[in-house]
Write a protein that binds this ligand. Structure first.
Ligand SMILES: [Zn+2]
Ligand SMILES: [Zn+2]
Length: 334
């Protein structure tokens, strides 16, 4: 089959590789859509995320939809989203109901486990999420990042009409914004340096959009907002988010910083007495994610801005990394 493999920094090659062979409990699926995640960009631009560095040519892609190609547990032709988080199911954290924290997890696309940027993938039936008939393949793929947004809001413990700040209006930030609105948020404020992304955020329910947190605090006043969700890749993103959060407020860090480091003003975060949570992937969120889309409380249409064939994967990554041409999310459709 054809697959897009990462050979090194900014080096993705589309080449022939052996078809994956399903294990006894797995089935073979045809990949229909893969959306590029900010985490994929870290592998592309830095070659690694923290200690996760591929030692072999590596197939990225964990936000994906696939089609059942042989009758089995599901009929041939069924469109499914695939949960990339294959937790062990037996460790202390799995037993506590936190498969996203499983240290033995086999996560699609995280080395050494290959992802979905290929014509075929294998998965166990319990990893498959059947989507409503109205869903397109890219809708199904987008359920994974939407799940990350839902999980972030779960961690935020939003109260009705809490004011919410979203720092970073990439795909995750724009999904968080929509889920926050659906969760009863009051005032919604976003911060992003890219003008097109601020405009899109206003279209998707933000009341205020600012290029910087300082500008937000100048206009809105020094109190800050009740709950802030940070979804940038910047080392200063968490520091900005602290400045936007009110005294005694809550902050959820979702972004993965460039260079695996972030900064915060220790004095400020201490004096404000903030509650800070780190979001790690997601929990049991697919049913609610599907419901949010069915109820039109979340829309993917303005977020999936560019579509590519599998052969065009290198161009898709180059565009996504450049943040040019109004790109929010690139989708590869093998
Ligand atoms: Zn992702
Ligand atoms: Zn486990």
């Amino acid at each position: 089959m054809k697959a897009a493999r990462l050979h090194g920094v900014k080096d993705i090659r589309v080449e022939a590789v052996p078809d994956p062979i399903p294990e006894a409990d797995q089935i073979l699926l045809a990949t229909r859509a893969v959306t590029i995640c900010g985490s994929d960009l870290h592998y592309y631009l830095e070659g690694a995320i923290g200690s996760d560095r591929p030692s072999q040519p590596h197939i990225l892609g964990h936000e994906f939809a696939a089609e059942v190609i042989e009758n089995g547990p599901l009929p041939k032709g069924t469109l499914v989203a695939v949960d990339p988080n294959r937790a062990c199911g037996t460790c202390e954290w799995c037993a506590e109901g936190h498969p996203n924290l499983c240290p033995n997890v086999k996560f699609s696309g995280v080395p050494p486990y290959h992802g979905a940027l290929a014509e075929y993938v294998v998965a166990r039936p319990e990893e498959l999420v059947v989507v409503p008939a109205s869903f397109t393949p890219s809708d199904a793929a987008m359920l994974e990042p939407l799940g990350v947004a839902v999980h972030a809001l779960d961690l935020a413990h939003l109260r009705p009409l809490d004011s919410v700040g979203v720092v970073g209006c990439g795909p995750i930030g724009l999904l968080i914004l929509q889920v926050a609105a659906a969760s009863g948020a009051g005032l919604r404020v976003v911060v992003d340096p890219i003008a097109e992304r601020r405009e899109l955020a206003l279209h998707l329910g933000a009341e205020h959009a600012f290029a910087t947190v300082d500008e937000a605090n100048d206009v809105l006043g020094p109190r800050g907002v009740d709950v802030v969700l940070e979804a940038t890749d910047a080392q200063h993103g968490p520091e900005d988010a602290v400045k936007l959060t009110r005294i005694g407020g809550r902050l959820v860090l979702v972004g993965i910083p460039n260079g695996n480091r972030f900064s915060m003003d220790a004095g400020l975060v201490r004096r404000k007495g903030l509650t800070i949570k780190m979001a790690r992937r997601m929990g049991h969120v697919y049913p609610r994610s599907i419901e949010l889309v069915k109820r039109a409380q979340v829309t993917f249409a303005p977020l999936v801005t560019h579509r590519f064939s599998l052969g065009e994967t290198p161009q898709a990554f180059a565009l996504q990394a450049s943040r040019a041409n109004g790109v929010i999310k690139s989708c590869i459709e093998p």
